[in-house]
Each structure stands twice: as structure tokens, then as C-alpha cells.
Design a protein around this ligand. Structure first.
Ligand SMILES: [Zn+2]
Length: 321
């Protein structure tokens, strides 16, 4: 039974968790270093952010300060591996479910920042005018509408992603919290194999190959906790959409509002945590992460994304211990 995840999910409200909310009202005050020349001197006037709100937020040729080391601080120290690695006594499926919920909670907090309504314009910071498409630099993400890829505005896209993720998290089939009624011998088989040391771990490569488990058996991640066969693939799908939201947050809104309200370090903290989980459990492909690659490379170089999260992550850790 998914008891661990059940206990975690109880704290997750449909309306969003406000525990670690970013500030309610973005104050468009100049950032501390905004007028001290240097690279920021080319930025739009920081004291004129009302005008900025009406400009296209996503200038693909605009300067990408967020890829530069001096603009990439974190507001915390420590190793994100400790938050990310699956404890020995917790089943991997339950742990992944917990990670997904936690990652969504963090992302939701960041999305609320750009959803804040400007009291002068009456529009959210991310609106149909600033972000007519869901873009990250030159890349535009599309949404499937009646089987066809459609370019929809970023606020619409993000709204759909959020609803979709919340519906997945609350879907009792995808994220079960009830006791298993199926075959209890699954536990015994699993136990025997894991203590025998000979069983191959459920690798993501196998799981994403379409069978959701090693070809030689019908096991899958989360099986013993009652998660469906598609569980790992669904986790990948959710994390992919979450990544796209982060890519838009950086490319379109790093300067306004995150830099303006001096919350870019919190955005970085959430993103480093996200990337660590994504890499450690191979939930988002390298190709998908390309729009944020320079920042990811920087975080890897600084070991903010810990080395253990790379090169196989969880599964290589399992083999080496
Ligand atoms: Zn936007």
C-alpha cells in the first residue's frame, strides 16, 4: 500500500500549498545592483517596470543574465541529494510520487509570482500580451488541441499544465492511496529478489521502452505499492511539463519580476532542486533540458547539482552499493 505517499499527499491541497509562498505583491523596486553598471546596464530601465509589463516578456535575442554565474546565486546551502535520494525503507514508487508532489509545490509557488495581478494594468505579469506563446528563448512549446499541436499563450499553457498535473496527482489510479486489494505475493517476490541481490533494478531505460519494466519480467516501478504500470512514464510526462514552465519562467520572466523583486535566488533554488531530481531519476531527457543547458552546466560545475545525480543517478548508486 502506498502508505508513505498517502501520508505525504494529505498535506497537499487542491488550491495549492501556501506554506512557502513567495511574496504576495511584487514590489517593483530596483534590485540592489541594478544601477551599478556592468552587465545590467543594458537591461530595460528597472525603474520603469510598468512600461516593461506591456512589452513582450520573451525577447529571444534579449540578454540572458540568468545564464551568468554572477546572477545565479542560491538562497540556501547544502546538498540537494539529501532531499532527493530515496531512503532505504521507502519503496521507489512512493518516493517518486512524493518527489513529484514536492516538485509541483515548489513550481506552483514560482508560477504564482508571475500570475500576480498588476494593480495598475489589471493583468497578471504573464499575460496574453506579454507572452502570446509559451516560449523559452527561440523555442515555442505547443499544446495538443484536438490532436493537433497548437500555439497557445503562456498563461493558458501554464494553466492547463497546472490543472493537468493536479488532476494526475489526485487521480486514484495514477497516484493510489488506498490499500492494495490485488495479489499480496507481489511483496514476497519483490522481497526475495531484492535480498537475493541478483535482480536487475528497474531502470528508466527499460521503463521508458514501452513495457514499463524489464523485458524479462512484468515488474515495474511502484508495483508493490499499487502504482500502475504507466507510473514511471507518467512521472516523466509530468516532470517534462514542469521543466517547460521553468524554461518559460527564466527566459520570459527572470528579469521581470524575479530579478526586480530579488527572488531570482529562490527561483534558482527551486530549479536546482528540480534538476537534481530530474537527473537523479532520469525523468527529463537531456534534449528536453537544452533551453536551460548553460545554467544547468553552471550548477553542475558548481556541484549544486551533485555529481551523484549524474551518470545514472539513482540506478548507478544502487549498483555501486
Ligand atoms: Zn509569461
Amino acid at each position: 500500500m502506498a502508505t508513505f505517499f498517502q501520508s505525504v499527499r494529505q498535506g497537499f491541497g487542491r488550491g495549492g500549498n501556501n506554506k512557502n509562498n513567495p511574496p504576495k505583491s511584487p514590489v517593483h523596486s530596483p534590485a540592489p545592483h541594478a544601477h551599478q553598471g556592468g552587465a545590467m546596464s543594458n537591461s530595460p530601465s528597472l525603474s520603469n517596470s510598468l512600461t516593461l509589463d506591456n512589452l513582450a516578456a520573451n525577447d529571444p535575442d534579449g540578454p540572458k543574465y540568468f545564464f551568468q554565474e554572477k546572477y545565479a546565486p542560491l538562497n540556501v546551502r547544502g546538498n540537494f541529494l539529501t532531499l532527493c535520494a530515496c531512503p532505504k525503507n521507502v519503496e521507489l514508487g512512493e518516493w517518486l510520487a512524493h518527489q513529484i508532489v514536492e516538485q509541483y509545490r515548489l513550481l506552483h509557488g514560482m508560477l504564482q509570482v508571475i500570475q500576480e495581478v498588476n494593480s495598475v494594468t489589471g493583468l497578471p505579469i504573464c499575460n496574453e500580451n506579454t507572452c502570446p506563446t509559451m516560449s523559452a528563448g527561440r523555442l515555442t512549446y505547443t499544446w495538443l488541441v484536438e490532436g493537433r499541436a497548437a500555439k497557445i499563450s503562456a498563461p493558458k499553457f501554464i494553466n492547463r499544465v497546472e490543472k493537468w498535473i493536479v488532476s494526475k496527482i489526485h487521480d486514484p489510479v495514477m497516484f493510489p492511496t488506498d490499500k492494495l486489494t490485488g495479489t499480496p505475493e507481489t511483496f514476497a517476490i519483490k522481497e526475495a529478489k531484492s535480498t537475493g541481490g541478483g535482480a536487475a533494478p528497474n531502470t528508466p531505460d527499460n521503463a521508458s521502452a514501452g513495457t514499463n519494466g524489464p523485458a524479462s519480467s512484468d515488474e515495474w516501478i511502484g508495483q508493490s505499492s499499487g502504482f500502475p504500470q504507466t507510473f514511471y512514464k507518467d512521472c516523466q510526462g509530468i516532470m517534462k511539463q514542469m521543466f517547460r514552465c521553468y524554461a518559460h519562467l527564466y527566459h520570459a520572466h527572470w528579469l521581470n519580476p524575479f530579478w526586480h523583486i530579488n527572488k531570482h535566488d529562490i527561483l534558482n533554488m527551486c530549479f536546482v532542486h528540480f534538476v537534481t531530481v530530474a537527473k537523479y531519476y532520469q525523468l527529463v531527457s537531456d534534449k528536453e533540458m537544452e533551453p536551460m543547458q548553460p545554467l544547468i552546466d553552471l550548477f553542475i560545475k558548481q556541484q549544486r547539482v551533485p555529481p551523484e545525480a549524474l551518470n545514472g543517478g539513482h540506478w548507478s548508486q544502487q549498483v555501486s552499493t
